[in-house]
Every structure is written in C-alpha cells, then in structure tokens.
Design a protein around this ligand. Sequence first.
Ligand SMILES: [Zn+2]
Length: 414
Amino acid sequence: MGEQTILSEQTIFRNAKLADGSRVDLSVTGGRFSAVAPAGKAPPADLAAIDPIIIDLGGQLVVPAFVEGHIHLDTSFYGDAWRPHIPCTKGFDVRERVAFQAQNLAAAAPMAERAKNQLELCIGNGSLAMRSHVMVDASVGLKHVETILAVREKYRDLIDIQLVAFPQSGILSSPGTAELLDEALKLGCDLVGGLDPASFDRDVKGHLDVVFALAQKHGAGVDIHLHDGGTLGLFQVEEIAARTKALGMVGHVAVSHAYGLGDIPANALAKAGAMLAAAGVAIMTNAPGNHAFPPVAALRQAGVTVFSGSDNIRDSWWPYGDGDMLSRANIIGYRSGFYEDHELAAAFDVVTHAGAKALGLEDYGIVIGASADFVAMPAQHVPEAVVAVPKHRTVYRRGRAVARDGRMMGIVQA
Ligand SMILES: [Zn+2]
C-alpha cells in the first residue's frame, strides 16, 4: 500500500468494544487514531466534511495489534519441509543444537522465502510489531543479517521489525564475532544480542564488555539470550542489570528466557526483581514447556516489564510455535496458573502493552495519535479472548484491513 494514499484516507470504525467494556467509534486519519467517541455519535466535524469510509465492527472486541517480542526469522522451517527434531545426545546442549541447525539450514528452502512464510503467519494472527534475533557468527558471517534486512524492507508497510545481531556461536569463543556484530549494527540491526556469557563463553565480564561497548558505540539496545538456570543465571541477570544502570541504558536492555529467575528462592527473586525494575531491564519469556521460567506475576508485581514472543517456530530447536501471540498469552496464563480475570488480563498485557514498552514503541495502543494497528475479534472481553483464542480475527494496519481469519489479504512481491 502506498504511504501517500494512506495519508489522505479517513475511516470511522463504528461500534468497537474496547478492553474496558466501553462501546466506541474510532476515527482514523492518515493511518492514526484521530478520535475515540462513544458509539453512535456523529463523526467529528472534520471527518464528516470529507465523507469518510465507514466500517461497522458489530461490537467486536478491539485490541492493539500484538507484539511478537522474540522470534528467529532466519532459522525457521515454517512452510518448508518438516524437519524431525533431533534430540541432544547427552541432555540439552546449545553447541550441539547449533550444529544440528547448521545441518538443517544447509538443506532448507531459501532464507528469504522461509522468513516471509513466518512473517505472514505472524501478521495473519495479528502481530504488527516484532523483534527478531538474527544469527551472526564466523560461519555465516553477515549473510543472515543481509537477507533479513531485505525482507524487513519488503514488509515495512505491514509490520515494524527490530533486528538483534545475535551471536549464536558465542562471542569470545568464536573469533571475529565482535567485529561482525559491529558490522551488523552498521548495516541496520537495532540491538546487540548475547548468548549465555557464563556457560557458553565462560567469561561473563568479557562477553558483557563486548555487548555493552557495541551498544554504547551505536546507541543500540541490548537483548541477551540467557538460558543458564539457578544461581548462575541469577548472577548474570544481576550483572546485566548493574551494567545497564551504570551505563545509563535504563529501558533499553532485555534478557530473554532468564530461566534462572524461575528456580531460585523467593528472597533472591525479590532482590533480582528490584534490581531489574530499577534498571528498566525487561524480561522475555515464551513460557516453554517442561522448563522453569520467570514467574510472570511476581516480576510484574515488582515493577519489571515482562514481554513475550514465539521464539522458535518449527526450527532446529523445537517443532512447536504457531506465530499467534494471543495463543502465547493463553500458554503463559496456563503455565502460570492464572485463573482470575485480572490474571488473564495480565497475560494479555504481556503480549500487548508490556511488549510495546519493552520494544520502546512510542505510538502504540487504542489512543488518539497512535498508529491504527489493531485486531478486531468476537470475544466478550480480554479474559475470554485469552481463554478462547478466537481465530476469526481481522487485523488492521494503519487503519486498513491486512489479514482476516489468520491469512494475509494482499501479496507481498518476493
Ligand atoms: Zn531465541
């Protein structure tokens, strides 16, 4: 769609039900919400004068588009041939999984095609903002980054994508990676990634020195994969929070997975929660099966921004994932033992407003001035939507319908 056409377009969405239960008419001008008025009122004078398009939403629940806060666009096989999962030989081992991934990728369909399949899956389900990690290491160099940057460009009218230069094979243990991360940031990546500074590189200080120096050099954010559990994981979480605060990067750093926060005593969690909140370090969890994961309610209570993502979808790490952040909210609620309405609403917040905060999205939400990126679906209210996960949805990007019932409505040229 052309930017020019959108700028001159005015639409009124009649009879929308918002999360607070109110019935409203939403005016959209130039792709942004320009008025929110009680349902049934006449259009604002400025819109009435120019004969806007009228769409009746029939009382459907209208929520901001979902935030896919952690995905891997470069390594999924979604839409490609099924790859049976290969188990690690002696329990979970990141290095062994990276080797399996290299084998699988060598035989896969072209990366741009696979990334496109995955993006369209996510957009179809209502995610219009995304953070994708993209592998950078000595074996692939900048190939993945270059491919995904080009895919991002093709889809920029449909979805906002942040890219993390992700050192999938470590930094210190993979010579040349620090320089490649630097190049990836120059090429257009928005954040620097990291990977288990202790268990992978076996040098927490050295690993974090490189990550934070690059972030400072480029004015980039940080989002570190941290799978280490227990005290080892906790130690690194605290180190990351301390550096973030010391460097004045409050609100620009995230830790993904942080499994360690899920298997430590309550007093240690309280201390870590206070540190993370003070440093504005967000925690990403996808509530993976059969794994300790960060306690969502306790962290939110402590003031920590908890966000979520699909992470791996049909890749060399696991066969699960459906690219649906509403279904992810359901998984988070289910695994967290959330039953009450306010708890279900918290699970929903993780995939919407908290995600927007973690990604630093400034024009998010159903508010005047925000980009009109939203999802309309048949649900009584947010708690029911989290439990029922209605698939019959319409996704609007800048006030225009782009996907319905899980499928994108237009074709993006390859
Ligand atoms: Zn990941």
